[in-house]
Design a protein around this ligand. Structure first.
Ligand code: AMP
Ligand code: GLY
Length: 420
């Protein structure tokens, strides 16, 4: 079967890598892909951007694509799946209506409250004065969230009343996020460790993956600005079988049931950001896709054929499949360009990838391009280096052996991934 994979990050390289091992797969076209997918067996990058839905649909129709897989959230929220389904094409991912779980924080919050799915309480505002007078009266500093997609910048955890007011003003007065920030959530701030719990879904059945944790801050010790993610590991030692069972029973399965009951059955990967509070696990947010960099840690642990699982999801027969996972730990360390998450240079030659692979690491490309036999930096997050081990400590030690072999000008990475 030929596949079309949409996206260009480390997540998509990891998906392409895992799919390329499937005996069912002939070719994988990646739109637009990166240096890693350009050089992978069975893979070929095509120069069509994820927003160009008509061009992608035409490509799928003319290249015998048996399944299209969407990596990032933006096309899903725009209705990519509906557009392909309307042409009779099979896709792995949620429809526009189901992707609202990520696409609108107002939708997902009111959905969770309506269905008693444990979450932080929140109130919704469109007017600055109303929002500020409510938020200023609270006895703690809340979290401010823009309703729509905001490239990871729509969540503010203010440290002072001043920052709180600024965040509300930016969204509701200065319209920094446009329509995405026209409605805001003023949300209770929760405290505790955070898990990324991802599950395969076919509209009815959930198959939960091992719980992962990511490291969002740029610097060691969780300091510095928020990023797309500087590393991840799985399974989390916090995720006992009892806790995972509770998350499935109280959060994931009820979400699937309620989405189906509301006429928007959820198909694809559902990613719940879960905070472990003293009152039990609570959902901070849903994402409608695989996480990045969680995927680079999770997929190397998956023993089952990924395409088989995805087809079962798309065809509503996930109950037939019980994915099996290695009894090992995975650690992923992201190497980024100096300056990230702000301005950074591109086009720096990358050395040492093969040497890292010789250490037994998987080197997933995020922001790279291939030219001839060489790779050059082409983004903020450049590489994600993954290693497996019999413990998190062993996996981390191996991943860092790989990281230490790789060089490009200005490279930065955290030294404490999975080591806290
Ligand atoms: P997001 O950009 O939506 O992934 O959210 C960014 C991060 O903000 C989350 O991963 C949490 O660490 C944090 N966060 C979001 N909501 C809350 C909350 N209600 N209480 C505490 N932290 C939160
Ligand atoms: N790792 C966070 C995300 O994928 O949203």
């Amino acid at each position: 079967m030929n596949l079309l994979l949409i996206g260009s990050g480390g997540r998509e390289h990891a998906m392409a890598w895992k799919l390329s091992h499937s005996e069912l797969v002939d070719r994988i076209y990646v739109a637009p892909g990166n240096g890693g997918t350009a050089s992978l067996a069975k893979c070929e990058n095509i120069h069509i951007d994820p927003e160009e839905m008509a061009a992608l649909r035409h490509f799928a129709q003319t290249h015998e694509i048996g399944l299209t897989i969407v990596g990032p959230e933006a096309p899903l929220v725009t209705g990519f799946v509906d557009f392909f389904n309307a042409a009779g094409l099979r896709v792995f991912g949620p429809t526009q209506a189901a992707a609202q779980l990520e696409g609108s924080k107002v939708f997902s919050k009111t959905f969770m409250l309506r269905h008693q799915i444990p979450t932080a309480w929140a109130k919704i505002f469109t007017d600055f004065n109303d929002a500020w007078s409510y938020a200023d009266d609270l006895d703690h500093l809340p979290v401010i969230k823009a309703d729509g997609l905001a490239a990871g910048k729509g969540v503010v955890l203010p440290q002072s009343r001043m920052e709180l007011q600024d965040a509300l003003r930016e969204m509701l007065v200065a319209h920094r996020f446009g329509e995405s920030g026209a409605r805001v959530l003023v949300e209770e701030r929760l405290h505790g460790p955070e898990l990324s719990v991802l599950a395969f879904c076919d509209g009815k059945t959930v198959r939960v993956m091992p719980a992962a944790q990511d490291h969002k801050r740029l610097l060691d010790g969780d300091h510095g600005p928020n990023t797309g993610g500087m590393g991840a590991f799985a399974p989390s030692p916090l995720a006992t079988p009892a806790l995972m069972d509770e998350i499935e029973r109280k959060i994931l399965q009820p979400t699937l049931n309620a989405m189906a009951a509301e006429g928007a059955p959820y198909v694809g990967v559902l990613y719940a950001g879960i905070l472990l509070t003293e009152d039990g696990p609570k959902t901070l947010e849903f994402n409608c896709r695989f996480g990045d960099p969680e995927t680079q840690a999770l997929l190397p642990l998956l023993d089952t054929d990924l395409l088989t699982i995805m087809l079962a999801c798309a065809e509503g027969r996930l109950h037939e499949i019980n994915p099996s996972w290695k009894d090992q730990s995975a650690v992923t360390v992201v190497m980024a360009s100096g300056g990230y998450p702000d301005r950074y240079a591109k086009g720096k030659p990358i050395d040492g990838i093969a040497a890292a692979q010789d250490q037994g690491c998987l080197v997933f490309h995020a922001g790279t391009v291939q030219a001839g036999n060489a790779y050059y930096t082409n983004g903020g997050r450049v590489l994600a280096v993954t290693a497996l081990g019999d413990s998190l400590a062993a996996a981390a030690a191996k991943a860092y052996c790989g990281v230490d072999k790789i060089h490009f000008e200005g490279a930065i990475h955290r030294r404490d991934i999975a080591r806290q």
